[in-house]
Design a protein around this ligand. Structure first.
Ligand code: ZN
Ligand code: ZN
Length: 248
């Protein structure tokens, strides 16, 4: 199988240290959370087939945020399959221009300070990280809203990594999809464990630290991040570890 079932009817597809999730419902429809890198497009097609779905079963794509490694195949899915794409309004411009993101520290210096990140960034490049097309005509997301999509995700506004970052709480599955608000692997440093992403790719680290409170409120048992392995020790413990590491 290309995917791993990480929670009840929630499947993880990982390539080049980037995660996408397929959230299935009993009515045969699926929700996709994040669109990875362009190279994940054929893989997602195969993965859906393995799970017994056709492209028409995709009821929607929700972007946790509009960085290039989450927007990957969004434009293709929208054009070829006619799937609606949601993102918080504060990230809509970024979604159309996925390389124009704000960050605190000089990105280019990171691989030299953190050599472990080189293999990660090289793998991301091979999966098309430098060739992501922007996506337009997005639908907006509001903090606290519950989407009538598979898994009935509740939107948790968690700005900082980007100004429009959201997490998705799936109360019925006891899981929270944290995107890059809380990861268990930072691709820019190569460091493992629950943490916010380094200033190399984060717009406002202080705001990102504040948004961890919003994740705690979900009380979810399972944390499913945009990068790294699932964290099964509960969101409270994950946030405690992230706070100990702090902004970096
Ligand atoms: Zn990101
Ligand atoms: Zn990312």
């Amino acid at each position: 199988m290309l995917t791993t079932e990480v929670a009840d009817r929630v499947h993880r597809l990982e390539r080049a240290y980037v995660n996408c999730y397929v959230v299935a419902d009993d009515d045969g429809r699926v929700l996709l959370v994040d669109a990875g890198l362009p190279g994940m497009w054929p893989l997602m097609g195969f993965a859906l087939r393995e799970l017994g779905h056709r492209p028409e079963d995709v009821a929607g794509l929700v972007l946790t945020h509009a960085h290039f490694d989450h927007v990957g195949f969004a434009a293709r899915l929208q054009e070829r399959v006619g799937v609606d794409v949601w993102a918080h309004e504060a990230d809509h411009w970024l979604a159309a221009h996925p390389y124009r993101y704000a960050h605190e520290n000089l990105r280019a210096a990171y691989p030299f300070r953190h050599p472990a990140s080189l293999r990660i960034l090289a793998a991301m490049a091979r999966a098309g990280a430098l060739k992501v097309r922007g996506v337009r005509d997005l639908r907006p997301l509001e903090d606290g809203e519950v989407l009538e999509l598979p898994g009935r995700p509740r939107i948790v506004f968690t700005p900082g990594h980007t100004y429009g970052h959201v997490a998705l709480h799936l109360p019925e599955r006891d899981a929270v999809l944290t995107g890059d608000a809380l990861v268990t692997l930072d691709p820019y440093t190569g460091l493992d464990g629950p943490q916010i992403i380094a200033g190399a790719a984060t717009a406002d680290s202080e705001l990102a630290m504040h948004s961890l409170d919003r994740l705690v409120e979900t009380g979810a048992d399972l944390v499913l991040p945009g990068h790294g392995e699932p964290w099964t020790g509960g969101v409270v413990a994950a946030v405690t570890e992230a706070r100990a590491i702090g902004a970096h």
